[in-house]
Design a protein around this ligand. Structure first.
Ligand SMILES: [Zn+2]
Length: 135
């Protein structure tokens, strides 16, 4: 029997492909269009931001709506089976995200979050990046 519902499974799949996934590539493309230099998955920084513009001290997280609980987003519903398991797991992710952002900000970084569901909105992503980088 399949115990995982559709959302959980697609969330799981996106975690397996966690490096270089669709939404991430869209944000990378936006950064390139703005001609900004960036690194990916900076392992030396809290939370391993997906994109890092080191000189400008901007860290960008591209979050899957399910795994990181995008508030108010249809893609972020908790699965109806194994509710306890999922609630604990997803809440832990959110706590980890918050902790990473807090630590980065304390070190003088600007932290941007681009949600999976918004990554395809070119204009909005570029606007967000421009605002954070003054590019
Ligand atoms: Zn979302």
């Amino acid at each position: 029997m399949d115990t995982m519902n559709k959302a959980a499974r697609s969330g799981l799949m996106s975690r397996i492909r966690s490096e270089g996934t669709g939404p991430e590539l869209l944000v990378e493309a936006a950064v390139r269009r703005l001609r900004l230099r960036f690194e990916t998955h900076a392992r030396d920084l809290p939370g391993r931001p997906d994109l890092v513009l080191r000189r400008r001290k901007v860290a960008v997280f591209v979050h899957g709506c399910f795994w990181h609980r995008h508030e108010g987003c249809a893609k972020s519903r908790t699965p109806k089976s194994n509710v306890g398991f999922w609630t604990a797991k997803l809440d832990a992710n959110v706590r980890r995200d918050k902790r990473a952002a807090r630590r980065l900000r304390a070190d003088g970084w600007r932290v941007l979050t681009v949600w999976e569901c918004g990554a395809g909105d070119r204009a909005a992503v570029e606007r967000k990046l421009r605002r954070a980088t003054c590019a």
